[in-house]
Design a protein around this ligand. Structure first.
Ligand code: ASP
Length: 586
């Protein structure tokens, strides 16, 4: 090594030692008699001192160092006269005796500081410079630590890390495939895995009864906020298990990670059926850091002459404790919030439960004090509380109320990022009706097994069949999901039929798996956790982008290497491809 120590290493106990440090010039300060240079590497910052009186030439050299120059400095560790309590090396400095410029640097396009002046786009273009900054460095270190702990936990309970291929064919996880043309097999394509789903099931059939992999998955989705076309999963599968075994094992893993990485003891994860999550939180990933559960007010509100409620499939309320004092302006703001196009409610009804026991509502014309009292009782509202009510078609109004509940939770400070409320959402529906395509889709994926009790509904009422499927949810964020698998050829075939596959299509796409089921497939189940999302949650941030070293931007483009990009004509020819579409301007 060119260096003897890192820039984060030296302390008082090293005073007097001759050392060599390497790194980047963070800044230099010229104070006339002395010049100080902050030298930075991955490990920290150490102050270099140059004395004009004793080493004029060296000092002169130091003054000419630009930001981000790469240098090697040799000298003696000395105690600082004015100490900096804010950094671990703040008690010492290096009295430099020898300075070597290893490489010059152009002035970076933004400052390499925790609070940089660089905009998003510029930082994406120069990601390698952005990665020099502490916030990103800390994120990557956290990600590394999590990966180590995941491996440790899973290895300790006999999971084997096995790699699966990237050049495969379609795995149906509900997105479009990224495809790769084959040169050797003209006109044929590989698909990149949306997940290693079929391979991990095949590994179970091979007898590797506990598999995991920290693995890239590729999904060509319409990019919603904070999705990445390639992302990382902690992908796992187990044989000879039931649903509870998976839940226990991965609850254990989550608990291990929280303990090791954050020093937090997580509570036991409650299990909540999907139907309950939808009924009381309007979401399959409820944030249960706070209550404010939905209350069905159909009985209390309908047939009193208020047409909006009478025509609604569902009238639903939440009780915001202590909010009866909300002003007109605050209530108008909430109304605007639910009326935003992204939420799409027509309006918001409120009832203030006054301290004196009376009620004031926005629908006083239709409802008397006795009526409103009945609403309040149903909502367990006390004097001082505010009831907020939405109505409409069940699915829609639940989604809207879910947003309003989360907004109120935020306003009331119930969504503390340092508090963690995990749960398992279980018993998802097996199938989901797609109105546009007039067909069913697998809610999880086609390899998910139906609940035994619901099997008889597979043909008569497939929409009602529940699945052995589960999601791990923490603070309203889906951290992962999985299912107990089908391992019987006939049932798998029945599932493909329910999904509208012809026998030939099912055979062409998944014949290999159905055939494998005939060679002694053990009962198996699995789960995949979103590793980027987990890292972001541990880092206390909403966005996954800065927990990935080289992410794509919101239009799936890598701004740094400028990809995707066109390829040369001879490459196209080699691949037997012809571009017919006009190139769209980005
Ligand atoms: N392959 C599934 C997914 O990516 C996870 C699983 O079922 O294990 O969501």
């Amino acid at each position: 090594m060119l260096r003897t120590h890192t820039c984060g290493e030296l302390r008082m106990e090293h005073v007097g030692q001759e050392v060599a440090l390497t790194g980047w010039v963070q800044r230099s300060r010229d104070l006339g008699g002395m010049t100080f240079v902050d030298l930075r590497d991955r490990y920290g910052i150490t102050q270099l001192a140059f004395n004009m009186e004793t080493q004029a030439e060296l000092c002169d050299q130091a003054r000419k160092l630009g930001r981000e120059f790469v240098i090697l400095a040799k000298g003696k560790v000395a105690e600082r006269s004015s100490k900096n309590k804010n950094i671990p090396t703040g008690e010492i400095e290096i009295i430099v005796e020898d300075l070597d410029i290893l490489n010059k640097a152009k002035l970076p396009p933004f400052t390499i500081e925790d609070n940089t002046d660089g905009g998003d786009e510029l930082r994406m273009k120069y990601r390698y410079l952005d990665l020099r900054r502490n916030p990103l460095k800390n994120n990557l270190m956290l990600r590394h630590q999590l990966a180590q702990e995941v491996r440790r936990y899973l290895s300790d309970v006999d999971f084997l890390e096995v790699e699966t291929p990237f050049l495969i064919k379609s795995t149906p996880e509900g997105a479009r495939d990224y495809v790769v043309p084959s040169r050797v097999h003209e006109g044929e394509f590989y698909a990149l895995p949306q997940s290693p789903q079929t391979f991990k099931q095949l590994l179970m059939i091979s007898g590797y009864d506990r598999y995991f992999q920290i693995v890239k998955c590729f999904r060509d989705e319409d990019l919603r906020a904070d999705r990445q076309p390639e992302f990382t999963q902690i992908d796992c599968e187990m044989s000879f298990v039931e649903q509870e075994d998976i839940l226990d094992t991965f609850e254990g893993m989550a608990r291990h990670l929280f303990k090791k990485v954050k020093g937090i003891d997580l509570v036991d994860f409650p299990r909540m059926p999907y139907s309950e999550a939808m009924e009381f939180y309007g979401s399959d990933k409820p944030d249960i850091r706070f209550g404010m559960k939905f209350v069905n007010l159909n009985e209390q509100t309908q047939n009193k002459g208020f047409k909006v409620f009478d025509d609604a499939e569902l009238v639903v309320g939440i009780c915001a404790e202590g909010c009866a004092s909300y002003t007109r302006k605050q209530l108008d703001k909430l109304t605007d919030f639910v009326k935003r196009p992204q939420i799409g409610a027509k309006g918001l009804v409120y009832v203030k439960c006054n301290e004196d026991g009376t009620f004031k509502s926005s629908v006083d014309k239709f409802y008397g004090q006795e009526d409103l009292k009945a609403w309040a009782e149903k909502c367990s509202a006390k004097p001082g509380d505010l009831i907020l009510v939405l109505s409409g078609q069940t699915d829609k109004v639940r989604k809207q109320m879910c947003e309003l509940r989360l907004e109120m939770g935020s306003q009331l400070g119930f969504r503390n990022p340092d508090k963690f409320a995990p749960l398992w959402v279980v018993d998802f529906p097996l199938l989901e009706w797609d109105d546009d395509g007039q067909r069913f889709h697998a809610m999880h994926h086609p390899f998910t097994s139906p609940k035994k009790d619901d099997l008889q509904l597979m043909e008569s009422d497939p929409g009602k069949v529940r699945a052995n499927a589960y999601d791990m949810v923490i603070n309203g964020v889906e951290i992962g999901g999985g299912s107990v698998r089908i391992y019987d050829r006939e049932l798998q075939k029945q599932m493909f039929t329910a999904l509208g596959f012809s026998d030939e299509e099912a055979q062409a796409q998944f014949g290999f798996l159905m055939e494998a089921f005939e060679y002694g497939a053990p009962p198996h189940a699995g789960i995949a956790l979103g590793f980027d999302r987990l890292a972001a949650m541990f880092g206390g941030q909403d966005s996954i982008r800065d927990f990935i070293a080289f992410p794509k931007n919101n239009s799936a483009r890598d701004m740094m290497i400028n990809s995707p990009s066109s390829i040369a004509d001879d490459q196209l020819e080699e691949l037997s491809l012809k571009i017919t579409a006009e190139k769209k301007d980005n």
